[in-house]
Write a protein that binds this ligand. Structure first.
Ligand code: GLN
Length: 219
C-alpha cells in the first residue's frame, strides 16, 4: 500500500519519514499535484497552517480531487491542521480567518485552543486499539474537538478531552504522532486503511460529498 503525505506546507519531512518507517521508504510518497494523489492508496494531511494548506489545495486542484476521493471512502489521516481541514464545522476564530473545510469528519473544532507555539506541550494520551500503554502526544498550537457527531468514534483521549476521532476510514488527531518517535498511531492508521471498506465509511463519505461543493459553509 502506498501512503501519501500532502506536501504543500507544514511538517512534511517529519511526517514522510514517520510514514516511511511504517510502510517502507518506497511506499511513502509526497503528494503535491492531482496526479500524485491518484498514485496513493491513503493520505496523511500533516500539521501546519490550515488556512495556507487550504489555499494551496484549492490552487492545485487537489481540493476537488481529494473531496471526490473522500466521497469514495479514501482513507485519510489528518493531524492538527489536517484535522481542521477534515472537520465538518469550525468554531469561528475570534477576529480570525478560518479555512474552508472538507467535512469528512462530523466534528466541530476550535482552532488554536491552547495558545501559541510557545505553549506547545507533550502529554500522555490513551489511544483505542493501540496496545503497549499511553502514547506520547505532542500538541503544537493544537485545535480542540468540541463536538462529536453520532457516527464518529472517539479514538484517543487526554483525560476527559477528546484528542482523536475516526469516522469510517478517516481519522483526525489534535496531536502530532510523527513527532513522538512512536510509530503505533501511524501503524494503526495504516492497518485501518488496509481493511476493506465498512458501512461506516459511507457515513463519512456522504458527509464529504455534501460538504465538498459547499466549502463556504465553514468559512
Ligand atoms: N493552529 C494551526 C491551524 O489552525 C494548526 C497547528 C498545527 O497543525 N500544529 O492551522
Amino acid at each position: 500500500m502506498k501512503v501519501g503525505v500532502l506536501a504543500l506546507q507544514g511538517d512534511v519531512p517529519e511526517h514522510t519519514s514517520a510514514v516511511a518507517a511504517v510502510v517502507g521508504p518506497g511506499r511513502a510518497r509526497t503528494v503535491r499535484r492531482v496526479e500524485d494523489l491518484a498514485e496513493v492508496d491513503a493520505l496523511v494531511l500533516p500539521g501546519g497552517e490550515s488556512t495556507v494548506i487550504a489555499a494551496l489545495l484549492e490552487e492545485t486542484g487537489l481540493w476537488a480531487a481529494l473531496g471526490q476521493r473522500l466521497a469514495a471512502g479514501f482513507p485519510v489521516l489528518g493531524t492538527c491542521a489536517g484535522l481542521i481541514l477534515l472537520a465538518r464545522e469550525l468554531e469561528p476564530s475570534p477576529g480570525g480567518r478560518d479555512p474552508p473545510t472538507l467535512g469528512a469528519l462530523d466534528v466541530r473544532v476550535r482552532r488554536n485552543e491552547y495558545g501559541t507555539q510557545r505553549d506547545s506541550f507533550e502529554s500522555a494520551i490513551e489511544v483505542e486499539g493501540v496496545p503497549g500503554g499511553p502514547f506520547p502526544g505532542v500538541f503544537i498550537r493544537a485545535p480542540r474537538i468540541v463536538r462529536v457527531g453520532p457516527g464518529v468514534r472517539v479514538l484517543a483521549r487526554r483525560g476527559e478531552e477528546i484528542v482523536g476521532v475516526q469516522q469510517g476510514r478517516v481519522m483526525g488527531l489534535t496531536f502530532h504522532p510523527e513527532l513522538s518517535g512512536d510509530p503505533r498511531v501511524l501503524e494503526r492508521f495504516v492497518q485501518e486503511a488496509q481493511r476493506p471498506r465498512s458501512p461506516k465509511a459511507t457515513t463519512a463519505s456522504a458527509a464529504a460529498k455534501r460538504a465538498a461543493p459547499a466549502r463556504t459553509a465553514s468559512r
